[in-house]
Write a protein that binds this ligand. Structure first.
Ligand code: DUC
Ligand code: ZN
Ligand code: ZN
Length: 471
């Protein structure tokens, strides 16, 4: 029997095992694993290469409304193209409901933006910014039924922050429907207080962003988010964890048997607040929330990854340009308060984790696969269709050159941002070929995929949340 594609001679790794085998692909799915698979329309030689499940980045922002005069640097075309170059085959962007608007309409708008533009598969999380009766009673449950099975709530930001009461109401909907709640955990009042105090002292340069939201701000909100989830008896994902205090809150909850999950991101492994010092406005290139901390926080985040406190590693790709459409948009208002929060990272997430994690011996290859693909699929209702190399799964594959040495530089990248906060970082290991449902999208570093070939995925409920849902 013949295949559409055979990937031959590579070392295959899943979250569980590493083995040598060929992969036979037919009709976009993995049809055979073995040797001497016979003929195919096309054969890719993967000798000396790693053949891994395509990365799933479950935390990216693309074309998200970001405030007056501010434009996110990636649309679905550039964002998913950069994702493919970074060895990803699926990304999960956030569909933001703006206050006063319908959630259903926001989803329609996002589909219109993504339609015909994607190089890799996408699936939307929702952001609930307006917890009205209409949203909680009708729109959200209906959307969850339609396969939008995860949503994010914010404990900070003007126009986004929900009160504790509102978070409890939203969590109750998740409890009833089996959706997974993701929480941006920072204490809004504390940030406002500290920001006002810094501004009164004339401390307005971008590097004071970090001082406006120090570790206790995140640790307290993490504790509170977990307590709220415990009250409602619902699983919760604490996203973009940056430090030991918040990590230990999650660990303690897990040790008490609560279904609390954690995510960390590259910026908390390789950047620190020192990167912003002495840079004046250029410090805004590193402004994201929570902010990168210090060396000890980096160690804590590695511990979280090694010990299973964090089950996913995402980019939190949130790209702006260093110009008046993005980081400099505030138009004369130079305080860090006005700098849009977020940094690009969808293309560099996996090389950073591979190099700093696998090559430097902090995690093994199978943990790398779990953190970069498999656990995202399991957490967000895509497994086993996505996130593994198994017969019947979608043929979503990244072929890696584990020895390639690359110095990360803006000139190599494909995102819409005009800088990378990871400029100059040296990595070993790079994804060279990316295959989505059996179609080659990036081949030896060249774009060969078709714009629009990426599809939106309707998702099952999280396998972690579903058991908790009311029958
Ligand atoms: N939160 C995110 O999840 N992404 C970027 C900015 C933010 O605050
Ligand atoms: Zn967030
Ligand atoms: Zn984010």
């Amino acid at each position: 029997m013949s295949f559409d594609l055979i990937i031959r001679g590579g070392t295959v790794a899943t979250a569980a095992d590493t083995f040598s085998c060929d992969i036979g692909i037919r009709d976009g799915r993995i049809a055979a694993l073995g040797s001497d698979l016979g003929t195919a329309r096309r054969v890719i030689d993967a000798t000396d290469r790693l053949v891994l499940p395509g990365g799933i980045d479950s935390h990216v922002h693309i074309s998200q409304p970001s405030g007056e005069g501010i434009v996110m640097a990636d649309d679905f075309e550039s964002g998913t193209r950069a994702a493919a170059f970074g060895g990803n085959t699926t990304v999960l962007p956030f569909c933001l409901q703006e206050r006063g608007h319908s959630l259903r309409q926001a989803v329609r708008d996002y589909h219109a933006k993504a339609e015909g533009s994607c190089y890799v598969d996408v699936s939307f999380h929702l952001i609930i910014s307006d917890a009205t009766e209409q949203v909680l009673g009708q729109e959200l449950p209906a959307l969850i039924k339609d396969g939008y099975t995860s949503f994010k709530v914010f404990m900070t930001y003007e126009d986004l922050a929900l009160s504790d009461r509102e978070i409890l109401e939203v969590m109750s909907v998740a409890r009833e429907t089996g959706a997974l709640v993701m929480v941006h955990a920072e204490n809004f009042d504390a940030i406002r207080f500290l920001t006002d105090r810094l501004e009164r002292a004339g401390k307005t340069a971008p590097h004071f962003h970090g001082a406006s939201r120090p570790i206790p701000v995140e640790r307290e909100a993490t504790h509170r988010a977990i307590a709220l989830a415990e009250l409602v008896d619902v699983p919760v994902m604490i996203v973009h964890v940056s430090n030991r205090g918040a990590m230990e809150e999650i660990r303690r909850a897990q040790q008490r048997g609560l279904k609390v999950f954690g995510e960390t991101c590259p910026q908390y492994l390789v950047l620190t607040e020192k990167d912003m010092e002495g840079l004046n406005m250029e410090g805004s290139k590193y402004v994201c929330s929570p902010p990168p901390r210090d060396k000890e926080s980096q160690i804590a985040c590695w511990e979280g990854l090694q010990q299973g406190v964090f089950n996913v590693f995402s980019s939190d790709h949130c790209p702006f340009r260093y110009d008046e459409t993005g980081k400099l948009a505030p138009n004369g208002r130079t305080s860090f308060r006005w700098v849009p929060n977020g940094i690009p990272g969808v293309e560099t997430r996996l090389p950073i984790l591979f190099s700093e994690g696998v090559v430097k011996g902090r995690i093994d290859l199978n943990r790398f696969v779990a953190l970069s693909a498999t656990n995202h699929a399991k957490t967000y209702g895509l497994y086993p269709r996505k996130g593994t190399i198994a017969i019947g799964s979608d043929a979503d594959i990244a072929i890696w050159d584990p020895k390639r040495e690359v110095t990360i530089s803006q000139s190599l990248l494909h995102h819409g941002s005009d800088y990378t906060p990871y400029e100059g970082i040296k990595v070993t290991g790079w994804p060279v070929t990316t295959i989505v449902r059996g179609e080659v999208v990036v081949e030896d570093g060249r774009l060969v995929g078709r714009k629009g070939a990426g599809q939106h995925l309707s998702r099952e409920r999280s396998q972690y949340a579903v058991a908790e849902a009311a029958e």
